[in-house]
Design a protein around this ligand. Sequence first.
Ligand code: MBD
Ligand code: FE
Length: 282
Amino acid sequence: MSTTETATAAGSGRNATETFRKKQGTGATGVDQARVDAVARDVLSAMHDVIRRHRLTYAEYDALKAWLIRVGEDGEWPLFLDVWIEHVVEEVANADRKGAVGTIEGPYYVPGAPEFTGEGTLPMREDEPGTPFLFQGTVTDLDGNPLAGATVDFWQADDAGFYSQFAPGIPEWNLRGVCRTGDDGTFKIHTVKPAPYMIPHDGACGALIEAAGWHPWRPAHLHLKVAAPGRQLITTQLYFAGGDYVTDDVAQAVKPELILDPVPAASGTGEEVTYDFALDPA
Ligand code: MBD
Ligand code: FE
């Protein structure tokens, strides 16, 4: 059975929820009461305002209630929040950065991927489908000085748009890896180009998309966390010039600085691109 036949919203949602719980623990810790009061009050009053402006009916209120219950049942809170909310959180969080441009993390990062130094190939299947792709560059400080021992933590969907550990039938660390820069601050990551990602249509997020007449697609993208001692970690994504949905990402996470324009690889096989990261001081 192929991944396409067996991937379900509830399956990937369950894994995304579990992954988030591992990172976060279970509850809020140490959030200031005055801050909760101010933010929760504003969220609620924004909702009250929407209800008044649109004259929400009881039928619509009950449809909303049913849908919210389903988001939880399908494990799709991580997906929902990261697709429709996170881009603004990221915008606020990274507003003062001078170096590499960030964007949203999304629900599918898993820490602890296999590591290599300098140059390596991401874990992949023997017959991994897709265009071979070399992603290379240098990690520097804001003055362009190379940073040795920086880490480029890399994850992506495969050529069918599926993530290992969130869709069934894919080896655990497929297309996930951590490249540590060598003494010259460079990294060379051999992989394959990912396909666009479609929000699953059999879960609550898909139901919202369908009911509203939206489209469910994210453009093909690479995910990265780039870090070095004494520097701020940057979480970002990179996209492909001219690719489908680059100008119409359902998650609104594309920025002009994040669009790659790969060229035929010097090796003669597949494509390659060079992209550098300048890290802000911590
Ligand atoms: C993804 O692959 C992703 O990166 C985000 C942000 C949301 C859903 C799926
Ligand atoms: Fe993604």
